[in-house]
Design a protein around this ligand. Structure first.
Ligand SMILES: NC(=O)c1ccc[n+]([C@@H]2O[C@H](COP(=O)([O-])OP(=O)(O)OC[C@H]3O[C@@H](n4cnc5c(N)ncnc54)[C@H](OP(=O)(O)O)[C@@H]3O)[C@@H](O)[C@H]2O)c1
Length: 317
């Protein structure tokens, strides 16, 4: 089969022939139809990931066909029994260190498959799994977001960020965004954002138009104290990424406003099903930025590295 394969750190991404997967007695073979990039796939090529193995098919997100049925693949493998933490020593995410979705076929346990929501195209379904799951847990389980909250999504160009944004708008919350790009803020407003600010500007939190009760962040870095300044008292901040490195937390803001800060990783299997239920209930369609062939891997990875996207970068297989 054809696949996108991680060979070694800083080597060009390999696209080409790779052995077909062989299913164990507990696994099934899914014919992949669409698969989406996550920043994780790019970090891995730079060696920025915990467990890195050579000759692994990349990709955590995918949708396809098994036994004539259209399915979405849950990228979690062996989360374990504790819903709060993936404690299982064999916890893995598809795409590293086990083979992922950027291929014509994948072998997965049957219990990783969920019926594709009928209103989604294959590309939209393939865009969903990792970003949707991460956004769901950060927004609802950790930050306890509800329709009564004002919610700030930091860096709306991000795949997970945009998914969290769509969930927050769907439940009827008042949603604000930041971006480095005014065009992305305009696009978010067209999709239902109440307002936005450019996070590269000094004191951007004063331009947001409101103080917020929930913040969803994947940047960290020096800008983190501005997020705290954008908060109402008792606000909840959920962090699922650290794209801009270490943050300095302003302790006075933290204790004076009684802020709560949570870390959030992926999500458990129950949250995956709840996320799919939410997608079905509100007929949410993940925003697809662009669609590439697997053979166009280099161009697709470069688009993500450059941060040009608004929505998910998808491979049509
Ligand atoms: N914990 C988990 O389970 C989990 C799951 C998924 C992802 N992650 C992590 O979360 C991060 C985002 O992942 P992704 O796949 O959504 O990536 P992505 O689609 O590449 O998103 C990157 C976005 O981050 C925003 N950004 C960059 N610098 C920023 C800053 N200083 N302040 C605010 N926003 C900034 C940019 O938004 P604009 O373009 O709008 O400026 C950019 O588009 C990565 O670090 C990834 O490893 C973690």
């Amino acid at each position: 089969m054809k696949a996108i394969v991680f060979k070694e750190v800083k080597a060009p991404i390999y696209y080409g022939d790779f052995p077909d997967p062989i299913a164990t007695s507990e696994q099934v073979i899914v014919n992949i139809k669409a698969a989406a990039l996550n920043h994780r796939d790019v970090w891995i090529t730079h060696g920025l990931y915990g467990i890195i193995e050579p000759d692994i098919v990349q990709g955590s997100c995918g949708a396809g066909v098994y036994n004539g049925q259209e399915v979405i693949i849950n990228p979690n493998v062996n989360w374990g029994p504790d819903p709060d933490y993936p404690e299982h020593k064999d916890y893995r995410i598809l795409g590293m260190p086990i083979h992922g979705t950027f291929a014509e076929q994948i072998a997965v346990h049957k219990d990783r498959l969920v019926e594709k929501p009928a209103h989604l195209t294959m590309e939209e379904a393939g865009a969903l799994p990792l970003a949707g799951l991460t956004a769901y847990r950060a927004l609802f389980t950790k930050a306890r977001a509800s329709a009564n909250d004002k919610i700030l999504i930091n860096g709306i160009g991000g795949g997970v960020a945009l998914m969290a944004f769509q969930f927050a708008v769907a439940i009827g919350a008042e949603v604000y965004v930041t971006s480095s790009d005014p065009e992305k803020i305009k696009k978010a407003i067209a999709l239902g954002a109440k307002g936005g600010a450019i996070y590269t500007e000094d004191k951007w939190h004063k331009n947001l138009g409101a103080k917020v009760d929930v913040v969803i962040d994947s940047a960290g870095g020096k800008g983190f104290s501005s997020l705290m300044k954008a908060c109402n008292p008792r606000a909840r901040i959920a962090i699922y990424g650290g794209t801009r490195g270490n943050s300095v937390v302003n302790p006075q803001l933290l204790f004076w406003k009684e802020l709560e800060i949570y870390g959030s990783t992926m999500g458990n299997d129950m949250e995956f099903q709840e996320m799919i239920d939410l997608i079905n209930k509100y007929k949410i369609r993940p925003v697809v930025d662009s669609v590439y062939q697997l053979s166009e891997a280099e161009t697709a990875y470069a688009r993500m590295s450059d941060g040009k996207q608004f929505g998910k970068i998808v491979f049509k297989v």
